[in-house]
Design a protein around this ligand. Sequence first.
Ligand SMILES: NC(=O)C1=CN([C@@H]2O[C@H](COP(=O)(O)OP(=O)(O)OC[C@H]3O[C@@H](n4cnc5c(N)ncnc54)[C@H](O)[C@@H]3O)[C@@H](O)[C@H]2O)[C@@H](O)CC1
Ligand SMILES: Nc1ncnc2c1ncn2[C@@H]1O[C@H](COP(=O)(O)OP(=O)(O)O)[C@@H](O)[C@H]1O
Ligand SMILES: [K+]
Length: 509
Amino acid sequence: MQILSGQQLRALDEMTVHEEGITSLELMERAVTAFTGSFCKQFRPSSGPILIVCGTGNNGGDGFATARQLHRAGYNTHVVAAEFGKRSPDNQANFNAAKRLDFPFTLLRAGNPFPKPAPGVILIDALLGTGLSRPLEGYWAELIERWNETEDITRVALDVPSGLPADGPATGAVFMADHTFVLGYPKVAIFAPENAVYVGEMSLVKFKLSSVRTVLHVGPEGDIRPNQMLTEGYVATLVKKRGNSDHKGTFGHALLVAGSFGKMGAAVIAARAVLRAGAGLVTCHVPRSGYEIMQISFPEAMCTVDAHWYQTTGVGDLSQYATIGIGPGLGTEQLTAAALRDVLTRYAKPLVIDADALNLIAQSPSLFALIPKGSILTPHPKEFERLFGKTADSFARWRVQGEAAKRNELVILLKTNHTTIATPTGKIYVNTTGNPGMGTAGTGDALTGILTGLLAQGYEPATAATLGVYLHGLAGDLAAEALSQEFLLAEDVVNHVGAAYQELARVRN
Ligand SMILES: NC(=O)C1=CN([C@@H]2O[C@H](COP(=O)(O)OP(=O)(O)OC[C@H]3O[C@@H](n4cnc5c(N)ncnc54)[C@H](O)[C@@H]3O)[C@@H](O)[C@H]2O)[C@@H](O)CC1
Ligand SMILES: Nc1ncnc2c1ncn2[C@@H]1O[C@H](COP(=O)(O)OP(=O)(O)O)[C@@H](O)[C@H]1O
Ligand SMILES: [K+]
C-alpha cells in the first residue's frame, strides 16, 4: 500500500471531491464514519467516558463529527473545543452541528485552566492533524505534555498524534497516543522508530478515495523515504506455488558461511532458517571446532570444514551454490576478512550479507565495491551506522539507505521495529510485522537464513527481501501469540515460519 505525503493526501482529498462530485464536508463525514466504525469495535460505551479535544482545522472538524456520531451511538461524550485560530469551513460546520447536541461542550482558550481528564477517560486527540505547520508551543504544548503525563487514561490519536509532522522529524511537543487511528493512507512519520512512543498501536482506517495513482506526481519532489507499506494481501501474492514434480534440486542449494568459536549458535539458527524457508539443501561452511556442533544440532545441514580451528579463513568451490548467506557469528578477524574478500571476488550472483560480514566491509570499504549486484544487506542501526556513517534521525537514514541501494544496485535493509527495505529501483518498503519479543539473541540470524533460503529458491532479490522480512516478523508474531513475547527465542521464530506460510496461503485463497 502506498505511503502518502501530506501534500499527496491533500491532493487526494481534492481529487476525490472533484471526481465524485461530493462536498469536502461529505468526505469528512465518510472518513469519520469509517473511523468511528473502527473505534467502536475496540472501545465500547462501557469502556469509559469519551473526551474529544478538537482543534480549528479539519482534524478538529473530524473530532466534532466523531463526537456527534459517538454521542448518537450511546457513548458518554464530552467535547473540548480549542480556540487557537480561525476555523476551517468544514470545522465550523461540524462545530455548529455538535454544539446543537446535548452533551458537555467546553471552549478552551490559551491561558484557561488546563482541563483534567478523570481516571478511566478515553481521550481522543483531534487537535491537529496533517496540517501541522510549525511545532506546538506555549499553552498548547503544555496541555499536550500534561496529558502525556496523566495516568489512568487511554490516549487515542485521530489520524496522527497532534504535533507529529506527517513527513519529517518531530521537534516540539507531541501527543503520546496508546492507539493511533490513521485515516485513509499511512503517513511516513508513523514508521520512524523514534516516533513509536507517540503512535502506540496503529490501525489504518480505510474509506473510499480516488485512486492514489492520480496524486503520485505530487511532491515533495526528490524526496527519498519509504513509499510502500507491506500488507498481508500483497505479500501473500509473492509466494511461489510449488509444482508436484519439483524436488530438492529445484528449490536450490544454499551455502551458509557463518559461525566462529563461541558463536556457533548463530550458524545453527541461520542454517535451520534456510531450510525452514523452503530451500532444498544447505551446506554450512564452519571452522573445525564448529563441525560437530552443526552436525549434531542440525543433521539436515551438510558441512564443509575450514582449515582453521576457530574461524573461517577460506571457502572452497562456490560454483554449485544457488546463493550464499554470509556473516552471522563470523567474527571480524583479519583472516576472515580475507576469506570474505575471496568469496565476494569469486561469486557473481546475489547473496545475503549480514552481521560480521557487514562489520568487515565497514572496516575495509574496498570490499563494498566487490558485492555482487542484487545482493541483500541486512544491517541493524548500529551496523548501518558503521557502513554508512552517522545520521540525525530516521528520515536522514532512509535517504542514505535509498540512495545507497539505487547507486550500488543492492537491496539494503534497515532492521528496526518497522524494518525498511530499499531496492535498486528506488522503492522503499516498510514492514508491518514483528514485535518487541523479537528483541532477543539470534532473530537477525534467523532472518539471514530465511532470506538465503528464498534466494536459493529463485526469488528475485527485492521479492526475497520483502517476503522474507514480512514472513520473519509474522512468524515472530505467531510465536509471541503462542508463547508470549518474554519467552520467545530465535528458534521459536524459525519454528513458526510454517504457520506464517500457512497464514499467507489462507489470505491468498
Ligand atoms: N483523506 C483524509 O484522510 C481526510 C482527512 N481529513 C482530516 O484533515 C486533517 C488535515 O486538516 P487540515 O489541513 O485542516 O490540518 P489540521 O487540522 O492539522 O489543522 C491545521 C490548522 O492548524 C494550524 N496550525 C498548524 N500548526 C499549528 C501549530 N503548531 N499551532 C497552532 N496552530 C497550528 C494551521 O494554521 C491550520 O489552521 C487530517 O489530519 C484529517 O484529520 C478529513 O477531514 C477529510 C478526509
Ligand atoms: N520491537 C520490534 N518489533 C519488530 N521487530 C523487531 C523488534 N525488535 C527486533 N526486531 C527484529 O528482530 C531482528 C533482530 O535482528 P538483529 O538485531 O540482527 O539481532 P541478532 O544480531 O541478535 O540476530 C530484526 O529483524 C528486527 O527487525
Ligand atoms: K490528531
